[in-house]
Design a protein around this ligand. Structure first.
Ligand code: IPE
Ligand code: IPE
Ligand code: MG
Length: 254
């Protein structure tokens, strides 16, 4: 079982000027394509390039964890053609990019319910994770068929399966190790591109104290410069975790 890092809302994490963990909702692919009179799926294709650039920028800046929302548990509601395009894009990406990620010492992880993916995709996911498991650079986590509610429900079920006595009552610390991102600190910075200001069932538990940043830039147009702007905004925030501003400045009596 992974150890619990000091990242629960009960424990105030150390704050670094560069976020240790950035979580991103990569939104706006369809609109990016539509603006250019292209089919929506072209936007997804260009989205992969934006991800590549973001990964590189995170690595250069010293971000330790980058977690991206690639496909939500609600995205199955999209037209069949778009869903199958996204599945084959995911497979292609795993097959083509993993060697490069590995060469760059990047550890790839995938979170979400895999039971709905076909055998070939499952195999590619497993292979990619296995190959890069020992890497010590950036950890890139892809959320696929992921939902924040699924994550919590799944964790409760897994916990009670292993420790049925906890049905009588349990603490945050009992549940945390069973959540998808238990081996990472909670996100410091959340970025959503594409102009919508909502969480869309992303990491509901883990985002409890994350700084939120929304930009109108559509995901395929996102890159190093936009990432730096988001981090600059983060650096101006005062993360209080329930305390007062005076306490943070060491003036408890003020
Ligand atoms: C995000 O872009 C990618 C996925 C959800 C897979 P969208 O496809 O949601 O793009 P918009 O929001 O329609 O522009
Ligand atoms: C959220 O984007 C999921 C991903 C980016 C994978 P959506 O575009 O599906 O979100 P909603 O449904 O508009 O909130
Ligand atoms: Mg969208």
């Amino acid at each position: 079982m992974a150890s619990l890092l000091p990242s629960s809302t009960r424990v105030i994490p150390d704050i670094a000027s560069v976020p240790r963990h950035i979580a991103v909702i990569m939104d706006g692919n369809g609109r990016w394509a539509k603006q250019r009179f292209m089919p929506r799926v072209m936007g997804h294709q260009r989205g992969v390039e934006a991800l590549r650039e973001t990964v590189k920028a995170c690595r250069d800046l010293g971000v330790e964890y980058l977690t991206v929302f690639a496909f939500s548990s609600e995205n199955w509601r999209r037209p069949t053609d778009e869903v199958s395009f996204l599945m084959s894009l995911f497979l292609k990406m795993l097959e083509r990019e993993v060697a490069k990620l590995h060469k760059n010492n990047i550890r790839l992880k995938i979170i979400g319910d895999r039971s709905r993916f076909d055998a070939k995709l499952n195999q590619a996911m497993h292979k990619a994770e296995h190959l890069t498991a020992g890497n010590t650079g950036l950890t890139l986590t892809i959320a696929a068929n992921y939902g924040g509610r699924w994550d919590v429900m799944h964790a409760v079920q897994a916990m009670l399966g292993e420790r049925p006595q906890l049905a009588q009552g349990f603490a945050e610390e009992d549940l945390s190790p069973y959540l998808s991102m238990s081996d990472a600190p909670e996100p410091d910075l959340f970025i959503r591109t594409g102009g919508e200001q909502r969480i869309s069932n992303f990491m509901l538990w883990q985002l409890a104290y994350t700084e939120l940043y929304f930009t109108d830039t559509l995901w395929p147009a996102f890159g190093r410069k936009e990432l730096e702007t988001a981090i600059a905004s983060y650096q101006k925030r005062e993360r209080r975790f329930g305390r007062t501003s005076e306490q943070l400045q060491g003036k408890q009596g003020a």
